[in-house]
Design a protein around this ligand. Sequence first.
Ligand SMILES: NC(=O)c1ccc[n+]([C@@H]2O[C@H](COP(=O)([O-])OP(=O)(O)OC[C@H]3O[C@@H](n4cnc5c(N)ncnc54)[C@H](OP(=O)(O)O)[C@@H]3O)[C@@H](O)[C@H]2O)c1
Length: 259
Amino acid sequence: MTGDAVTSEPGSAAQRLAGRVAVVTGASSGVGRAIALRLVAEGAAVTAVGRDKTRLDALPAAAARATPAAVAGQLSPAQVDLTDDEARSALVAGLLAGPRLDILVHSAGGYASGPHAEAAIEDLDALYAANVRAPYALTQELLPALCAGGGDVVVVNSSQGVRAGANAGQFAATQHAMRAITDSLRQEVNADGIRVCGIHLGRTATPRQEAIFAKEGRPYAPELLVQPQDVAEVVAGVLSLPPGAEVTEIHLRPAKKSY
Ligand SMILES: NC(=O)c1ccc[n+]([C@@H]2O[C@H](COP(=O)([O-])OP(=O)(O)OC[C@H]3O[C@@H](n4cnc5c(N)ncnc54)[C@H](OP(=O)(O)O)[C@@H]3O)[C@@H](O)[C@H]2O)c1
């Protein structure tokens, strides 16, 4: 995997999140992986949640390669299927047993596409479970810890959560749902010192997007897409703002249109 190196020099922009405790879902791949590595580079202690054990086990070494040990926080991989209530509860119990929780980043989720006339209903159920129910439940379960000291919830969403394209009805429905949940949550928890930010991504160079290009039968040109490290940079900036300022929604898309 290339492109993990964090550009900030020790003592400059790095360590803006020193002492903060974070959970990042979807950390075994793509956007979530880049965010987890970036938060560690900024000095946070990160629980990195995913399902693929091999990729999760490789994360601490990737974090160590990306950032000098003297300035980095910590990364603890957690192999959890977030749609499994029992497994998610065990994760939550461990997190709530810790001294504090400051940051929850949702980047886990699934994807499926197809025309309404043919798309499998089972795909709709699976997308709902992974993209809506799981992050909703995880947020609910971690809110007491976030409320205790104030904190941040970041929801990685999609441009499909703003305007749905053809063949994307099932996935787009989950992203619209998460936009609604994100907006509603913000109004509920701002008074407790919790900020809530939704980030709507256009096409981003991740394994998921590579598979989408393959399915579309088009050559994959990742350099024309948003880079996961750029998303991570944005998230680090959002989280580093003074507590009195809240970024509510961001739309990040490739500057050059390749499709
Ligand atoms: N890439 C894009 O172009 C793009 C565009 C718009 C929005 N987004 C959003 O960005 C986020 C990340 O996308 P990505 O491109 O980075 O996707 P990705 O490379 O496919 O990664 C998805 C991540 O979610 C995890 N995950 C999926 N289901 C899970 C479950 N049930 N329990 C725990 N973890 C689960 C995966 O874990 P394992 O791999 O370990 O199974 C993986 O870490 C998504 O919310 C997506 O909607 C991406």
